[in-house]
Design a protein around this ligand. Sequence first.
Ligand code: TRP
Length: 339
Amino acid sequence: MSRLPRALSGAQPTADSYHLGNYIGAFRNWVALQEDFEAFYFIPDLHAITVEYDPAKLAERTYVAAAQMIAAGVDPERSALFVQSHVPEHAQLAWVLNGVTGFGEASRMTQFKDKSAKSGTEFASVGLFTYPILMAADILIYQADKVPVGEDQRQHVELARNLAQRFNHRFGETFTIPEAYIVKEAAKIYDLQDPTSKMSGSNPVHTGVIDLDDTPKQAAKKIKSAVTDSETEIRFDPENKPGISNLLTIYSVLTERPIDDIVAEYEGKQYGHLKVDLAEIVGDLVDRFGTRTRELLGDRGELDRILAAGAARAREVATPTLELVYERSGFVKPLGSLP
Ligand code: TRP
């Protein structure tokens, strides 16, 4: 029986809200993939504990994350939407994969090097070090074909491929070899105050970051005070005019109009005109987004049911994969079902 190819992705609940960069760079893409893929989207709470964090905040952020993913268009009727810790097979498979991962190989992961450089390796957790192995388990447990991620996660998906190939080679055909799905022309959104660096939730100042839970007024203000340049011409030139180009990208994505069209429309006009119009567009977006998110968060019982159904669907795929992995690994089968 042929099945739809599978897509899988997750976005860490490490901030109080996702931001416009997550929406444009990731969620819109996830939503589009629901058409042609059997999709698995999840909130990687197990990954979120690899750095210092506050448990009460993590719980709240997990709900917000789920609500915002749905508000962004992830359809829980179509795709499995779930919380990583609700599917124990992720952690179980990660342990098995630890056994086929080289210490040197894990040590080459650049994200660990970057993240641990801040605190120093002495204080970085072992969890942060093995994070990419858990991520490989996230992917391989569903036999995922495509993994939509940003460029920064390419190396991790590459590791997942290597581990899958190695396991298959040593223990017999078990895993689908996944592929990173990085949309080349996917708009990358930059910080409004520092338009040469990526819009990021971990930036301590949010004047350059449109949070999806911003009020329309807050969002508008951020757009209007975006850093531009000392010229006056509105044109798309990321190298010389990163601020204006970033605004044009956001405008183009949210209105689904080609950048050239927009540039033509604003010919001879001032930066202020562009900003006022874009402030309204972004304001509308966060307004609609906020309303839907609050609605979803207002009924935790319903949200819990959605996440439980998502986890149940996920486990239908994860359980047989883990069973096969355990069998290949030489683990004696317990009487009854798996632990
Ligand atoms: N590491 C990813 C990020 O920080 C999140 C993530 C965890 C993920 N597990 C995943 C993404 C599996 C894709 C597939 O963005």
